[in-house]
Design a binder for this molecule. Structure first.
Ligand code: LLP
Length: 421
């Protein structure tokens, strides 16, 4: 459920006409709905009302400060994977005591920053990382709270690039190794074992893989108890899918109810790291048609947003619905929506039945709130686009469009090259 809808043939975000935003800020831009974001957070949070829990928004899905602040104000923490995400989360006012730090490649500097900030816990992904965190914590005269991220070897049945809990993936520690590492962690200085964690993948549309993961972690918690380790947090990661096209993922209510049932009687706080399910359908990418052309019976709609702005279609072959911003009566065409980037993989939609869009028209690329802007780049020296947040009948620029000056920020021509120009 989201707040993008048509009023007399014109697309609105809440009470703001999308075309009006385009007129004021230019295109392309990401547009987010405050009501949708809040609603998604509440729905997710309420789904776990019967169980002690903490929702740590996965910052990588959408890292804009305004969104991080919004979720923090609703009680969320953050799941971070880098020093940069820690910096953003703290700047946005996220309580460090609600921050969990995941990721296979934490650098010493990043670990120190997180220790100094006093985050809730590190989700450790290798035996060597455990040693490194122990050493760094000891040197800072502090203690790191840790979980081990378990690789439970579960097939989440999603795109291979976003499956993370299979044996062959680089993520987590297998169960047998984890038992050895937990035993070691128990004795390590600077380390306090507080949890177990896993994250099996993203855009998962079935409950079974999640339930299987809980069963494995529950068993592990039992065995750790026998070793004298009492586990306070069970972090199940993120991964709940959304509808892009015709997927039918479980509603957060069903997801919550099923997990809570599976966890009944376990004296832990459940941590969840949702990203996509909170922001995916709360954002769109608005772009303008530049040209259309036929070549060898193929129809192209060339727009001013490209794969650098929204990488998902090129990277994963992902489907994003394309809606007209102003509806009109016209024949349908089978066309690809492509960007200005010099690569054949630069498309936002491929061979779709679409309205016969004309140059100058605005298109909305739907479900672009997650892994949209956060994965965008400056490829082809394209300034990154603006981000706009709508609340009721107002809109706010929450990130300005980048300038050419920003494109070359930090670049220097060394003196030996300067003479000739
Ligand atoms: N926790 C951890 C440790 C993660 O690695 C991720 C996502 C999440 C939570 C959040 O997962 P979510 O609830 O959003 O599924 N770029 C890809 C998705 C990559 C997901 C990476 N990890 C895409 O555009 O589909």
């Amino acid at each position: 459920m989201h707040h993008f809808h048509y009023v007399q043939g014109e697309l609105y975000c809440e009470q703001v006409p999308v075309a009006e935003v385009a007129r004021r800020v230019g295109t392309p831009f990401y547009l987010y709905s405050h009501a949708t974001l809040s609603r998604h957070f509440h729905a997710f949070d309420e789904a776990f009302a019967g169980f002690p829990h903490l929702i740590c928004f996965a910052v990588k899905a959408n890292s804009n400060l305004a969104l991080l602040r919004l979720f923090a104000s609703l009680g969320a923490g953050a799941d971070i994977v880098s020093g940069g995400e820690l910096y953003r989360a703290l700047k946005a006012g996220v309580d460090p005591a609600k921050i969990v730090y995941s990721g296979v490649g934490k650098k010493p500097g990043e670990i120190r920053e997180a220790l100094r900030a006093g985050i809730l816990m590190f989700n450790i992904e290798s035996s060597q990382e455990l040693q490194a965190i122990s050493r760094l914590a000891r040197r800072l005269g502090t203690t790191a709270r840790v979980s081990l991220r378990i690789n439970p070897d579960i097939d989440p049945k999603t795109h291979p690039y976003i499956s993370t809990g299979l044996k062959k993936n680089k993520f987590g520690i297998n169960l047998e190794q984890a038992l050895r590492d937990y035993r070691r962690a128990k004795a390590l200085p600077g380390i306090e074992v507080v949890g177990v964690a896993c994250h099996i993948g993203s855009q998962i549309t079935e409950l079974a893989p999640f339930l299987e993961a809980v069963q494995r972690l529950r068993e592990l918690i039992g065995r750790l108890g026998e070793m004298g380790l009492s586990i306070r947090y069970l972090d199940l990661g993120g991964g709940l899918g959304i509808t892009y096209q015709d997927e039918l993922p479980p509603h957060p209510r069903e997801y919550g109810a099923a997990l809570v049932q599976e966890l009944a009687g376990l004296p832990v706080t459940l941590i969840l790291e949702p990203g996509r399910v909170l922001v995916g359908n709360a954002g769109i990418l608005v772009t303008r048609v530049l040209y259309t052309k036929y070549s060898d019976a193929r129809h192209f709609i060339i727009v001013d947003a490209g794969m650098n702005d929204l990488a998902r279609p090129s990277l994963y072959g992902s489907y994003h619905a394309v809606w007209p911003v102003v509806e009109a009566d016209r024949p349908e065409v089978t066309a690809s929506v492509v960007g200005p980037i010099c690569e054949s993989g630069d498309f936002l939609a491929k061979d779709r039945v679409l309205p016969g869009f004309q140059p100058g028209e605005l298109l909305a690329v739907m479900s672009a709130g997650a892994y949209g802007f956060s994965m965008s780049s400056n490829y082809n020296s394209r300034p990154r686009v603006a981000e706009i947040l709508v609340k009721d009948d107002e809109f706010y620029v929450i990130r300005k469009r980048e300038t050419y000056r920003q494109l070359i920020w930090g670049e220097r021509i060394p003196a030996f090259l300067k003479g000739d120009a």
